[in-house]
Design a protein around this ligand. Structure first.
Ligand SMILES: C[S@@+](CC[C@H](N)C(=O)[O-])C[C@H]1O[C@@H](n2cnc3c(N)ncnc32)[C@H](O)[C@@H]1O
Length: 530
């Protein structure tokens, strides 16, 4: 039985959350080891070549060394991200998981991660009940932190508490409010200080028990065009960060599917925050932003700013852009992989193009050249802290249906925006119902994406529900919930595509605007009473 709404999380639920989070952290920590294993595999194949064939490809050993350098660069970013992460639970100790046994982990995460928009297992559903805490820099000069939203329970509790306040702007303040974890004002450090910190950090990181001889903590930093070191030296002494990555509970050897999720996250970073992701953002996010701008022209009055909910917010860029437009935006996301990364980029970035990643190194297929495969991508293309984010921007961690089907969320939102999200549902009808219910009468739902149902191929799991409706049927169901189609078109786009690859998965995604009819609230309450 579900615990009553607003009740504190049970010990066993909390333990499950801790296990899920530990597994995600372990997956990040496994990343360099897994990458090293791949490189060794390439080297073994190379070593099997005849001498004459090797001679033709004498540059390949250097490529493998370059790949190692790129892995270190990626790892440096990921380790900084992990160290900045402030977990919502006490993470030390607790039950260790055993991946040889059928475990809840196996059911909840790895096995459910079935499908992807990118086509290679990328960033679909992972943790069902993930919980995280996000806070965002306020646009105001005094650097206060805006409302931080924590987990679904927090959101629900807060709504209970706030039942006397204006429900149009959900107040989801909770224990999650926190300031950014910082070691120093990195770019104001002298280079010598920075190097010293980096050196210290590298020493700390190298002290982790590693899965093999991969020095995943050793800080490799590259320079940008100006010779400026990329990636602020943010690794901090352990006593100043909440997470002890050396703890044995994080030294789990996770299934390779989990490490694939880390690789997917790196590609998602390009989509949302990479200089190279601008084309995809233009195709996917721009039409949504233009439509919001058209439909809500009046966003200046601070007391009546429109609200916008972004379910399945991924790494938060779309929600961030909506906030920059002048909306009180809330992203919702349930994957720890995503939440940890978006929190780091949104809260901890110091300046544009601060970090370098090599997102495309994990596939040797369809490369036009080795330099294409090894190329660097700089992130973030936009510094969120100085991007004009509207007060009230927040991320709410938790399952969309569970969080937003709470009665306190009914009629709470002026707009809902979904991008590559609705096909992540087991039961898309539930999503449509929750969206319709969460909108105010006259509120707007803008959607863009395909119908690549994430659970469509969950053949092995007989109990796994997957309802795969055609677009025609989705619209029919939406109409039943009082959502009136106002605009519809098809948009050609990609999802986390490597734009220099010989293979691109292209979507002809549907874009629509639906408006919740004024009488819909009545219909819905009647239908739920029946
Ligand atoms: C295909 S990604 C799209 C991300 C982002 N909207 C974009 O366009 O890049 C779908 C996202 O929805 C999230 N998601 C899936 N099911 C969810 C649920 N029930 N509640 C909250 N988030 C969910 C996934 O973790 C993933 O980040």
């Amino acid at each position: 039985m579900e615990p009553p709404v607003g009740a504190p999380m049970s010990k066993s639920d909390e333990e499950l959350e801790i296990q899920a989070l530990r597994r995600v952290i372990s997956a990040y920590l496994n990343y360099p080891t897994a990458a090293e294993e791949d490189i060794r595999r390439y080297e073994r194949s190379y070593s099997k070549l005849s001498l004459s064939h090797k001679a033709v490809l004498s540059h390949l050993p250097k490529k493998y060394e370059d790949l190692r350098r790129c892995v270190k660069t990626n790892t440096y970013f990921l380790m900084n991200m992990l160290q900045a992460f402030d977990p919502p639970f006490e993470m030390d100790g607790g039950t260790d998981s055993d991946f040889d046994e059928p475990s809840l982990f196996g059911r909840k995460t790895a096995d459910k991660f079935m499908h992807s928009h990118e086509g290679t297992g990328c960033c679909g559903r992972d943790d069902e009940n993930t919980i995280d805490v996000h806070s965002y820099p306020s646009p105001s000069k005094d650097s206060t932190i805006t409302s931080a939203n924590s987990n679904k329970r927090q959101a629900i509790e807060s709504n209970d508490l706030d039942s006397t306040t204006d429900s149009s702007i959900p107040e989801l303040n909770g224990f999650g409010t926190r300031g950014p974890v910082r070691s120093c004002d990195d770019w104001s450090c002298t280079q010598a200080e920075a190097e010293a910190k980096e050196h210290g950090a590298a020493a700390e990181a190298n002290a982790y028990p590693s899965h093999d001889d991969t020095e995943y903590g050793s800080a490799y930093r590259e320079s940008n065009e100006n010779g400026h070191p990329i990636g602020s030296p943010k690794l901090t002494p352990y006593e100043r960060v909440p997470l002890d990555l050396r703890h044995p509970s994080f030294q789990l050897r996770v299934p390779s599917a989990d490490v694939d999720k880390v690789r997917c996250i790196v590609r998602n970073i390009v989509r949302d925050w990479g200089d190279e992701g601008s084309l995809e953002r233009e195709q996917c996010y721009l039409p949504i932003l233009e439509e919001l701008h058209r439909l809500f022209p009046d966003r200046k009055d601070l007391r009546r700013r429109p609200t916008c909910l972004v379910p399945g917010a991924g790494l938060g860029r779309l929600a961030c852009e909506i906030s920059r437009l002048g909306f009180i935006a809330q992203g919702n996301e349930f994957s720890y992989y995503m939440l940890m990364c978006s929190s780091f980029i949104l809260n901890q970035s110091d300046q544009p193009l601060e970090w370098v990643l090599h997102p495309w190194i994990h596939s040797n297929c369809n490369s036009l050249s080795d330099s294409d495969q090894l190329r660097a991508v700089y992130i973030p293309d936009l510094h969120p802290g100085s991007a004009g984010i509207t007060e009230g921007f927040s991320m709410c961690a938790g399952d969309f249906v569970e969080v937003y089907s709470h009665p306190g969320q009914a009629g709470a939102w002026d707009s809902v925006v979904t991008c590559f999200f609705i096909d992540t549902a087991h039961n898309i009808i539930e999503y449509l119902e929750v969206i319709a219910r969460a909108l105010k009468p006259g509120g707007v739902w803008i959607n863009l994406g395909p119908l690549l149902y994430h659970f469509a191929e969950a053949y092995s799991q007989e109990e796994e529900m997957s309802l795969e409706l055609s677009l025609e049927d989705v619209k029919k169901v939406a109409a039943q919930f009082g959502l009136v189609l106002k605009k519809e078109k098809l948009i050609e786009t990609t999802y986390t595509a490597n734009n220099r690859s010989m293979m691109q998965n292209r979507y002809t995604a549907v874009f629509w605007t639906m408006v919740k009819e004024e009488r819909a609230a009545l219909h819905m309450s009647l239908s739920s009473a029946a």
